[in-house]
Design a protein around this ligand. Sequence first.
Ligand SMILES: Nc1nc2c(c(=O)[nH]1)N[C@H]1C(S)=C(S)[C@@H](COP(=O)(O)OP(=O)(O)OC[C@H]3O[C@@H](n4cnc5c(N)ncnc54)[C@H](O)[C@@H]3O)O[C@H]1N2
Ligand code: MOO
Length: 407
Amino acid sequence: MTEICDTPGMLDLDTARAQILDHANAVVTETVALAEAHGRVLAEALTAQFDSPTFDTAMMDGYAIDSAALNSDRPTTLPVSQRLAAGDVPTALGRHTAARIFTGAPLPPGANTVVMQEQCERHDNQVTLPADVAVGANILRRGDNFHSGERLAPAAERLQAFHLGLAASQGVQRIKVYKRLTVALINSGNELVMPGHALQPGQVYNSNYFTLRALLENCGCEVLDVNILEDDLGQSKTVLQHAAASADVVVTSGGVSVGEEDHIRAAVEALGSVRLWRVRIKPGKPFAFGRIGDAAFLGLPGNPVSCFVTFCLLARPYLLACQGMDRVLPRRLVVHADFNTDKPDKRDTFRSAVLERGEELRVQLLPKQNSASLAPLLQGDGLVHIPAFLKVGQGMTLDFYPFNELM
Ligand SMILES: Nc1nc2c(c(=O)[nH]1)N[C@H]1C(S)=C(S)[C@@H](COP(=O)(O)OP(=O)(O)OC[C@H]3O[C@@H](n4cnc5c(N)ncnc54)[C@H](O)[C@@H]3O)O[C@H]1N2
Ligand code: MOO
């Protein structure tokens, strides 16, 4: 008897992902307030409008001086001729005087050095400065950070806290970003109930809803709930059609395998097309990708770990690419196995593992892993990739994807 993973035409992960990404395009942009832009993807490069800093700036609290006024072999006492706090406008430094200055204040013309107050002695209106002062110390010169016209961030980058701060430091108030994707999230299965209801025999809680909602939000999507779908072809068609009309992408979990109660694929075929079904990975084999009307369709397996893994490896890169990002694949670490496997698998396998940082990076597999239990994910640092047909031995080199690269 032929197992599904022996089926000719079942794609490997890289091929499946490349095919899916071929269908991803982000075109719609909008301009939003900077304060609303966290997590959005830049639609055009961020370019400096002016030099940073815009003026020579004191980097320490102390005294601004012209180093030529100091004795080279013994301390020098100078009168204090002005006081400059951040926000003040300086006047030219009087010859053979010092200016009291605070961090962030503009340097007075004529000064070339700031001496930290810890190295100075103040008596009334005079200050005694040491002999060994490094000329130019404790000053950030105009343009030292970057110059007007320099590129600060390329387009297609996701805006993080530091992008926002940098943009604001250049006076940016509104910023051009790609539109967020709206995603209709549907969980399929007669056995599913939402937390808050008592479980009847045979029922399970709809955990995928919460996992997927969080994962979708993490990659910047706006989630429209459609909720639980019964295992029924007619209802599946109605709900999927409605979902596709109201969202850019329809994400489902469950009902994509081969059983008679798995109606999602048949419903998508009836309403649009399934472009890809089944990927040679474990867990997550029955993943499906297609279209319903103008909406993309991502069909994830129902088993909670299969659902998580296929989201991270297949759905997420597509959703990020559709929102304008160009680096959408998770970065990997090359690690050494601190475990053995009993026998090779026909599928590329992804398992939760603990990263051990010693002289070399090693990973240890967590016990009791299957497609249904999320518990080992909680204890792991990421997913280790065990290539198909490989029996792993101690010390073998493998790829490891930290969770922060996957979600
Ligand atoms: N004869 C075969 N049977 C199965 C195959 C196969 O190739 N031949 N593939 C297996 C694999 S691999 C997977 S993965 C599962 C996936 O099947 P479905 O995507 O159709 O998922 P369901 O059958 O609906 O559910 C599977 C499992 O997951 C639980 N589940 C579903 N949705 C949720 C949810 N929202 N929250 C929590 N748990 C959920 C469900 O109760 C089932 O236990 O198919 C294998 N079968
Ligand atoms: O691919 Mo299924 O996800 O092995 O259990």
